[in-house]
Design a protein around this ligand. Structure first.
Ligand code: SF4
Ligand code: SF4
Length: 186
């Protein structure tokens, strides 16, 4: 991938030189994969995992190529936010048939089972580092998924297309310009 920037690089920036996975194998363990060419259950290390990461990296399945770990790209996320340390998996998420403006392309912060990231403040630290840009941010705790950014009043105006009050007009217009294509009435 040279020359033109891919979408994930445009949104999050490039992979940072000092953000190696190290001992973390969270994404290759936690996630469910269920595609025609590759399946693995949630919470089970992938059979292709080795002591040095993915043993088939050069030919890994398409689903693995479309996984983008935000911790490796967002310098504002602290080092301690590495998913195996923080209990939070943060990724760019693409939904093929979004139900609203904020589902098509977004950042997804997922609390792993047993994570104490809400109690120890890491979830708030990570959300603070992500909720300052024109990218929707969702938080899921395993049982429900909540839109954290933008605020609810902005989100409902962007989704409905209704006129925004003066103090929200510019913000709503910016979101609508970038994500209006995903609106139900878009
Ligand atoms: S979750 Fe991120 S840091 Fe951990 S193994 Fe996956 S890509 Fe690497
Ligand atoms: S194939 Fe490689 S990248 Fe994909 S889940 Fe398995 S170890 Fe991870």
């Amino acid at each position: 991938m040279h020359g033109e920037k891919d979408l994930e690089t445009t949104l999050l920036g490039p992979v940072l030189a000092d953000r190696d996975c190290g001992d973390c194998t969270a994404c290759c363990t936690v996630l469910t994969v269920d595609t025609p060419d590759f399946k693995k259950p949630a919470g089970t290390p992938c059979t292709h995992l080795t002591a040095h990461g993915c043993g088939i990296h050069a030919v890994r399945p398409p689903i693995c190529r479309s996984w983008f770990c935000a911790w490796r790209r967002v310098a504002a996320m602290p080092d301690e936010a590495r998913p195996d340390r923080s209990g939070l998996l943060v990724s760019i998420n693409f939904v093929r048939e979004p139900r609203n403006c904020f589902e098509g392309v977004s950042i997804n912060v997922r609390a792993l089972a047993g994570s104490d990231a809400i109690e120890n403040g890491m979830a708030a630290t990570i959300l603070d580092s992500l909720c300052d840009r024109l990218i929707p941010v969702w938080f899921s705790d395993g049982s429900k998924k909540m839109l954290m950014h933008p605020e609810n009043d902005v989100a409902s105006l962007v989704n409905s297309g209704e006129p925004a009050p003066a103090h929200l007009r510019n913000e709503v217009a910016a979101w609508r310009k970038r994500y209006g294509v995903f609106a139900a009435n878009g």
